[in-house]
Design a protein around this ligand. Structure first.
Ligand code: WTA
Length: 646
């Protein structure tokens, strides 16, 4: 639709860029034809304690599935993010922290961050935490969250960051699943002037986690909190006693770096396991090329460290590259919807990376809040997390970026560790709404339902044919589930769970999930998780959850509930069930629409026909398709009549 536009960058811009189109093509060809040679060379971008001699050892064959990169090399990730910068840029700012209140900010240099990380690493050691132990981090967006992650990496402990918006139950489930014996939290978080009771949530969670015997607490607000003597320790008190000398632990490239829980189409969230060497190489290389990062750039990714985007592109990628990375505690519309752009001006941000849902929400506020700021420092804009509609892309380009800044629409997943499909600014001709072309080493493959590979321009399911260094290695504690989830639908290939179109120029247009995973405001949510939360409630005998198009969130959560005998539908019960889901999982799982369903459409074998429920939720009930195989076709009429999305 916008093909006639020319989104190319000014000549000066292009000259400085890390790649032009020819260089991209040449490097891409090299990476595909000779992955060993390509990654053997680029793996050197991080510092190894013992250099690797093996580059790639991968089999996607279910019988012998393994993924190893650089596996005889050793390194330490925190040393790569800190120590190696001290000589050249010890006094450069590593993290700019912007608090929830516009008057609240601070800067931390590489030297200061290094000292903090070493101290906290020693604090953890003094509590007996060691290499291989799992440590859960449940924190607001404060510098100490970065310190905690890097300190784990320093001693070889495996961190599992749980987003601060998750409920005590969700937190407890994650602590239990990876058997963490320590958790790091804060008294309270602050977002948009609202307090989040992190310590109280942790206390509740730990009631069902008897093996978690240490809880470090950072004082953020000074609010009243409970205290368990012997288990709870104030961060600042322990830090005051700690030494700043802590040699980094030598880790094998394939030692785990972190676990991050994410939703799938079935069951409870999976612990996505990432390892050290390949992950860091990939995060740092993508950060440099995709954001055209140059020394001295001020870089801001608005994600939360509780998500993969925060791991790879607030912390590990930027710090490995010696960048100045901005961490924002607040929300886009507090104190008002000009906040993002005010922060850009205040800290002279050059590279800005956010989610389409934020862009759409801000676009709705009009151009005023944007135009009252300068934004002259901005050079590049990025998006991640969900498809961006061309209208929002154009607004981002024209209003936020003054038509001057290229936009990188980056497609990737928790599982992929780093960006897989993206434009390279200065090299790739942009098309609004398309994530464009694969990054180096990434071999996308389009397949139909039967797994037949599709050629040329086509629409189908997106697989990746071969491994890249940042790929997840396993589901924590359940390797079989890893194989089942990603390598069994299309044997021998990594299946992304996403549908896509490929156009005649070879550009990819991601159309969204093809499994039962929702993408709500860029957050992944499994329909099965919401359903299982609902059926925990006494009033609910059965529940089915589907997505429907939502102007701001991308997808909204639509819930069908069949009540247990003896319960009557009411507005109060509806509210109670919405609250219930928030309590069980967290506010991000709040149902948007809840419909009472006396019956759900099922096949004769009892399988719920979600296709039909999706159509009704989308208000597209004229196209229900074949309903003749239903056990009781009449339930559909009732559902249509009482639909909520009119
Ligand atoms: C979706 C976030 C379209 C996709 C990094 C994927 C996108 C899921 C894009 C992963 C994009 C992410 N265009 N869709 N640029 N980026 N997605 O694990 O459906 O939270 O499978 O990782 O988000 O979400 P996750």
């Amino acid at each position: 639709m916008f093909d006639a536009h020319d989104f190319s960058v000014p000549e000066e811009w292009a000259k400085r860029a890390h790649a032009d189109n020819d260089k991209y093509l040449e490097m891409y060809q090299h990476s595909i034809n000779d992955p060993e040679g390509f990654w053997g060379e680029h793996g050197k971008r991080v510092d190894w304690i013992k250099p690797y001699s093996q580059v790639k050892d991968v089999s996607y064959d279910a019988k012998d599935l393994h993924i190893k990169w650089f596996h005889d090399g050793t390194l330490n990730v925190s040393a790569n993010c800190l120590d190696r910068h001290l000589e050249k840029r010890g006094d450069q700012v590593a993290i700019i922290w912007e608090g929830d209140e516009p008057t609240d900010d601070k800067s931390v240099t590489y030297r200061e961050l290094h000292a903090e990380v070493c101290k906290f690493a020693n604090v953890m050691k003094s509590r007996g935490i060691k290499k291989g132990d799992r440590v859960t981090i449940y924190m607001p967006m404060i510098v100490e969250a970065a310190v905690a992650m890097l300190a784990c990496a320093r001693i070889g402990a495996v961190h599992s960051v749980v987003f601060g918006g998750f409920s005590p139950d969700a937190l407890a489930g994650r602590i239990q699943d990876c058997e963490s014996n320590a958790v790091i939290t804060a008294d309270e978080g602050v977002r948009g002037a609202k307090k989040i009771p992190l310590k109280a949530n942790t206390d509740k969670a730990l009631e069902s986690c008897p093996d978690c015997t240490t809880c470090f607490v950072i004082k953020r607000t000074g609010g009243d909190i409970g205290w368990v003597e012997g288990r709870d320790l104030w961060y600042h008190e322990e830090m005051a006693k700690a030494s700043a000398d802590c040699p980094p632990e030598e880790m094998s490239a394939e030692d785990p770096l972190f676990i991050l829980y994410t939703s799938g189409s079935t069951g409870k969230p999976k612990g996505v396991l990432h390892t050290s060497g390949g992950y860091l190489v990939y995060a740092s290389m993508t950060h440099q090329y995709v954001f055209d990062y140059h020394d001295g750039d001020i870089y801001w990714c608005t994600a939360d460290v509780g998500w993969i985007t925060g791991h790879s592109y607030i912390l590990y990628g930027p710090l490995a590259n010696g960048a100045t990375t901005l961490m924002f505690e607040g929300v886009p519309n507090y104190p008002d919807s000009s906040r993002f752009w005010q922060v850009c001006d205040k800290h002279q941000v050059n590279i800005f990376y956010t989610a389409p849902t934020a862009i759409r929400a801000l676009m709705r506020e009009g151009n005023g809040p944007v135009e009252k700021t300068s934004r002259k420092s901005l050079r590049l804009l990025g998006t991640v997390g969900e498809p961006i509609n061309p209208e929002a892309w154009m607004w981002y380009h024209e209003v936020v970026g003054d038509t001057r800044c290229p936009i990188v629409d980056t497609w990737w997943q928790t599982e992929t560790g780093g960006i897989l499909i993206t434009p390279l600014p200065g090299a790739t001709k942009l098309k609004p709404g398309s994530a464009t072309r694969p990054f180096f080493g990434v071999k996308p493959m389009m397949v139909d339902h039967d797994g037949k590979e599709l050629d040329g321009a086509c629409e189908g399911n997106l697989c990746i044919a071969d491994s890249w260094p940042g790929q997840m290695r396993s589901v924590y504690g359940d390797h079989e589930r890893f194989i089942q989830t990603y390598f069994s639908t299309y044997p021998g290939r990594y299946f992304t769970g996403d549908g896509a179109k490929r156009d005649a120029d070879g550009y990819y247009w991601i159309t969204g999930r093809v499994d039962d995973v929702l993408n709500v405001s860029g957050h992944r949510m499994g329909t099965a998780e919401v359903e299982s939360a609902l059926v925990h409630h006494d009033a609910v005998s059965e529940a089915a959850v589907v997505g429907y198009p939502h102007d701001i969130k991308g997808q909204g959560i639509y819930v069908y509930v069949t009540l247990t005998k003896g319960f009557e539908p009411s507005d109060d019960l509806r509210k109670e069930l919405v609250q219930w889901v928030r309590k069980e999982i967290g506010p991000i799982a709040s149902p948007d629409l809840l419909q009472w369903a006396p019956g759900l459409p099922k096949t004769r074998s009892g399988k719920i026909m979600r296709r039909i429920l999706r159509k009704i939720a989308e208000n597209d009930y004229a196209n229900l398709g074949d309903t003749s195989t239903l056990a009781d076709p009449s339930v559909v009429d009732d559902l249509i009549e009482n639909r909520m999305n009119r």
